[in-house]
Design a protein around this ligand. Structure first.
Ligand code: 13P
Ligand code: ZN
Length: 271
């Protein structure tokens, strides 16, 4: 089957692989489908799969359909065999179970991070009904920074913002940080979705990053922007523990009016 959603979903997986963010089965992608997109797949739905526990509750997503990568599947293979790597699932009436209705034709389950994806998609839907994508990757530079920077939202946001003028414009709400936790369950999903109530970027210490977007370009572009700034910071810190020049708190304040953004003063502290 060839359609626009499959094309855009695949492109994101391939682009992330080409960036080096998806070693082995690292990373996963989910999309809350529009009703008309569900209809494009309905003729090839199967209804014989068991209902399985999500492992958390997402009542605001009841009866919705999602396109998600499979657990243990490699992002680099999505373009080679989409129906082996990706599933369409539906959430039941209670928001606690899901059923695979399409894809994963050689068996398997949705990503082990399904609780985090769905909990994020639930708070995002409540924030903005058109926010449909959650993307998780393992970019090396942002992960490297979780070993040397304090694991605080204020510090990560400020240090990353300072690396590129573009950053506060692209993610004015800042970055949330989750300390190391066991991945793949409800607990880390609770922490991450708490961040997604107000922000579009969550960093998982010593693991990776979650971002969201209205469309695939926005989600990918956000991951790319944060990771690029993280790469610059890694280079700067590799050259010197101190900066001779940087973007200062008043410079950030001066960006607000021309770019129509509001930056929380908690990120603009004096150092
Ligand atoms: P999955 O293969 O289950 O999606 O897990 C990859 C991953 O990145 C876990 O955090
Ligand atoms: Zn991961």
């Amino acid at each position: 089957m060839e359609n626009r959603l499959i094309r855009d979903f695949t492109k994101t997986c391939t682009d992330g692989w080409l960036q080096g963010w998806h070693e082995r089965n690292g990373g996963n992608l989910s999309y809350r489908m529009r009703p008309e997109e569900v209809e494009q797949f309905r003729a090839s739905f199967r209804n014989d799969e068991p209902w399985r526990e999500i492992g958390t509750e997402v009542p605001a997503l009841k009866n919705e359909y999602f396109m998600v990568t499979g657990s243990g599947k490699y992002m680099r293979n999505v373009s080679l065999d989409f129906e082996d790597s990706v599933a369409v699932i539906r959430v039941d009436e209670t928001g606690t179970k899901y059923q695979i209705v399409w894809g994963l034709v050689n068996g398997g389950k949705p990503t082990s991070e399904l609780p985090s994806h769905l909990m994020n998609l639930e708070v995002l839907k409540q924030r903005d009904p058109e926010m449909r994508i959650v993307y998780h990757a393992h970019p090396a530079n942002i992960v490297a920074l979780t070993f040397v920077l304090p694991l605080k939202d204020e510090v990560f946001t400020r240090e990353i913002w300072e690396m590129e003028t573009e950053c506060p414009v692209v993610f004015p709400q800042g970055i949330g940080v989750v300390e190391w936790m066991v991945p793949g369950g409800k607990e880390i999903g609770i922490k991450t979705s708490e961040i997604m109530k107000t922000k579009n970027v969550a960093v998982w210490a010593h693991h990776g990053m979650f971002v969201c977007g209205h469309d695939f370009d926005e989600a990918f572009g956000l991951m790319h922007t944060v990771e690029k700034a993280a790469e610059i910071l890694v280079k700067v810190l590799s050259m010197s523990p101190t900066k001779l020049n940087t973007i200062k708190p008043q410079d950030f304040r001066d960006l607000q009016e021309p770019f129509n953004i509001v930056l929380d003063e908690k990120y603009l502290y004096e150092k």
